[in-house]
Write a protein that binds this ligand. Structure first.
Ligand code: AMP
Length: 267
């Protein structure tokens, strides 16, 4: 069942798991749906390409849209019903917007001005409409997880959050709806990002020299590198101390396609 309007969304009667997506579903999304199926009596998936999280020169217009196929795949993975509104249903007028401070300042927030305001606002709206017990997000979008965690904490949003592992192709490339944009040649070099992240993680030498070597390898493979850095997971700032949870984050463009990835560091 696909619900198109807010008024038709049923009140939850049992534990409701919720997986917000922009559609063009792949194994990454399906893993979240399967996890939600394990932990909840009801599983809801939203499919909404949210205009407010795209910059003016980004891929909103060409973002892949394939509702029927998505519904079939998600039902197979355990979804009960879908919320797939039109932009006019979600934004009938200029909207109030949610701004999460600090964790949005660097990396994706810095490169994509307004992106996380768009994300936080749509996620809060979806939470208020769907009223989930537990909501599921992928660690592939690590900074997004931190932004949502901070919003839920700061605004006392009554929802439990689960951040799930990144699902990858066999060569390590993180699954993404945007991988569809890659040419055959670009697809071949795309796994360089994860290869460098895992090498840094496994070698455990994370000084500036090691990072610089990985940066040049990524550039040499044909990427335009945005950033490759070690970050503190509490603040999403460049590494501050040895004791906190950390990750290595990367964003780089190959041709017209911008890819992001990360690995967590367990110390
Ligand atoms: P999107 O449709 O790109 O907005 O993604 C919807 C949700 O799926 C987000 O929580 C993403 O982090 C998650 N997701 C996307 N790709 C992956 C992946 N490769 N592995 C796990 N989760 C993912």
């Amino acid at each position: 069942m696909v619900i198109r309007t807010i008024a038709e969304v049923p009140e939850p009667k049992v534990g409701r798991g919720f997986v917000p997506t922009m559609g063009a579903l792949h194994e990454g999304h399906l893993s979240l749906i399967r996890k939600a199926r394990e932990e909840n009596e009801e599983v809801v998936v939203s499919i909404f390409v949210n205009p407010t999280q795209f910059g003016p020169n980004e891929d909103f217009a060409r973002y892949p849209r394939q509702l029927e196929k998505d519904v079939d795949m998600a039902v197979e993975a355990g979804a009960d019903w879908f919320f797939a509104p039109e932009p006019s249903e979600m934004y009938p007028r200029r909207s109030t917007s949610v701004h999460v401070p600090e964790v949005t300042e660097r990396f994706e927030g810095e490169r994509r001005p307004g992106h996380f305001d768009g994300v936080a606002t749509i996620v809060l709206k979806l939470f208020n409409i769907v009223k989930p017990t537990i909501a599921y997000f992928g660690r592939k979008d690590l900074q997004q997880c931190l932004v949502i965690r901070r919003m839920v904490l700061d605004l006392n949003v009554p929802v439990e959050l689960r951040f799930c592992e990144t699902i990858r192709e066999t060569d390590g490339l993180a699954k993404s709806s945007r991988n569809m944009y890659l040419s055959e040649e670009e697809r071949k070099v795309a796994p360089t990002l994860y290869r460098e992240l895992s090498r840094l993680r496994d070698e455990k030498i994370l000084d500036e020299k090691a990072l610089e070597l990985s940066r040049s390898r990524i550039r040499d493979a044909g990427f335009e590198l945005d950033y490759l850095d070690v970050v503190d997971l509490d603040t999403m700032q460049a590494k501050t101390g040895e004791t906190t949870d950390q990750a290595i984050v990367v964003a780089a463009k190959i041709g017209k396609t911008r890819l992001i990835d990360n690995v967590l560091l367990n110390r």
